[in-house]
Design a protein. Sequence first.
Length: 341
Amino acid sequence: MSVVRKPVVLITGASGEIGHGLIERLAKDGRRPIVTLDLKPLDPPQAALVQQQYAGSILDEQLLERILAEYEVELVFHLAALLSTRAEFTPTAAHHVNVEGTLRLLEFAQKEGESHGRPVVFLYPSSIAVYGLPDLATKGRAGKVTEDAWNAPTTMYGCNKLYCEQLGSYYSRHYKQLAAENLSGKVDFRSVRFPGLISAVTVPSGGTSDYAPEMLHAAAQGLPYPCFVRPDTRIPFMAMPDGVEALLKLAAAPRQALGRSVYNVGAFNPSAEEIRGRVAAAFPGAAITFAPHEKRQRIVDSWPADVDDAAARRDWGFAPRYDEARAFSDYLVPTIRERYR
């Protein structure tokens, strides 16, 4: 008997910050059942919304083959990654997970596309870590940085992300280009370069931009927080719901509308002191001080003060709901306050 595989959406790294919101939105939409792959089990509320959880590594080829045999994956959200701070301590492990894991997922998507005869849409969250500005003076002059400028990352995480953007483009456009038959186009690779993402629902997990959410979570618990960057530090940020919405909106965009594979997105870019001011206004007892960590500061200083996201706004209608004021007043402060009440 032939087995009919069920069309599904696959989310790797689903137990992380982006995965929580993505699962809830996809489940609410109800168009496709959700299958997840992660080392950690989902929290019960998210687990109830998915059809199947696979516990394991994205490096496990047998596990990927099992998913390939059981399901027809039409859409991939590849969220699994080792984040920037941890990657600096374990660069080899970061390369294994962030690069080799992505390569295996792209090959998996290629096989799926060849199997069911239409492209697999592959969403890849990239990062402002792909940028590398040499000094603060250059950062100040650069203003809003476009996708194709200053692609000279100084971190392992940034190197991983930039290379995987290129891998995705290769699979989409040039895969096995010397083969007798045309095999490219089976993967429809699309990437969002995220700024610092701030979630009110999940606890910060080690990103180099996490000083913003760490301030909020510490203040809500009445804990002192020594911020690891200078007060004048400025990079772009985005509220997590807008990050999830960006992935979904790009996934749904017609291929012919997309002028590029990789898109900047941004929402607001306060200084660390301005963030501290908003946190202190919401939590008057907040004990936030500044104790810059020289090496982490150097990394953050190499990232743009802001990004140019005109292409995303033009090609697929990106428009964040939360500016800086709304992000704090309507989303972050009330949700985090309720969490620790």
